[in-house]
Design a protein around this ligand. Sequence first.
Ligand SMILES: CC(C)(COP(=O)(O)OP(=O)(O)OC[C@H]1O[C@@H](n2cnc3c(N)ncnc32)[C@H](O)[C@@H]1OP(=O)(O)O)[C@@H](O)C(=O)NCCC(=O)NCCS
Ligand SMILES: CC(=O)OP(=O)(O)O
Length: 330
Amino acid sequence: MGFIDEIKARAKSDIKTIVLPETEDERTYKAAEAVLKEGTAKLILVGSKEEIEKMGAGYDLTGATIVDPADSDKTESYIAKLVELRQKKGMTEEQAKELLLNNYLYYGVMMVKMGDADGMVSGACHSTADTLRPCLQILKTKPGTKLVSAFFVMVVPNCDMGADGTFIFGDSGLEQNPDPEKLANIAVSSAESFRILTGKEPIVAMLSHSTKGSAKHADVDKVVEATRIAKELAPELKLDGELQLDAAIVPSVGESKAPGSPVAGHANVLIFPDLDAGNIGYKLAQRLAKAEAYGPLTQGIAAPVNDLSRGCSAEDIEGVIAITAVQAQG
Ligand SMILES: CC(C)(COP(=O)(O)OP(=O)(O)OC[C@H]1O[C@@H](n2cnc3c(N)ncnc32)[C@H](O)[C@@H]1OP(=O)(O)O)[C@@H](O)C(=O)NCCC(=O)NCCS
Ligand SMILES: CC(=O)OP(=O)(O)O
């Protein structure tokens, strides 16, 4: 069974409720129909009832719950809770009401916060910043974590590298220019996400344009320092750096450029030095190697809320809903 089929089977074993707030986008309905048919999650569609009826007319949405913030009896309590949570940031009742009635992403996040849903998937027609900001503001980090970061699960066809073609790429969605400490945290969290989602041992490469001192630059120093911190944070992890991409995933190149490294040539978790590299890297693999790309998935956040690329397909949304449901199983 491939990665996403295994995830769907896991999702079906303990069904969770996922909110979809992008009811203005056709892909939401196509994905919702597929998820409901397959039974990977229960769904809540948030939006204007008239719009959902109109846009969803051609789809079988049997079993989905439709919540219109304008007439839901929960809206008042969400407004009060949002004011309580964001009062220190100057949020007034009018502002909370305006946000919750007009921005369905905020409404969806409040449903998760209040325990009325287990997770949320959004981002097909909102930028990552607009999708993740409400999640970060309202849900915050999970206990014991200081940093939320984002990763993609990449499934490369006909590939014997990584875990039979499956990789995690982090951070490819959120942290723009992580310092060494943040980069180390991204590495440790990404390793944990790999273990949770694939059930396999993570082998983590801290990527750079240099392998073991082959180039000198402050950017290389950053990755070397991040590697040191990550090893301190998680000494049991198979993690090494700094490694170039070929040294990280191609066994023969790994042996010649980084002999003796426990990671070189075998990495399945790729940690990029910054968001330029991570975001460009995942799109290269997706578009040129035709890899399946699920994400940006968040880690370190208090509840499972996941983003999408605006370039995603309905099938990508369907996959991310199943992954979110599995994350919600804890
Ligand atoms: C997500 C993003 C908007 C957060 O940026 P920001 O400028 O810090 O936004 P804000 O200052 O409004 O932060 C919102 C809240 O999230 C918190 N936050 C931001 N980044 C965080 C992180 N990585 N981990 C935990 N909390 C974080 C802030 O502390 C703030 O909390 P507060 O409002 O309670 O004080 C920003 O990191 C971003 O734009 N990233 C790039 C996204 C992108 O375009 N990716 C490429 C496509 S995938
Ligand atoms: C992940 C990503 O790049 O998102 P978008 O394409 O929406 O900017």
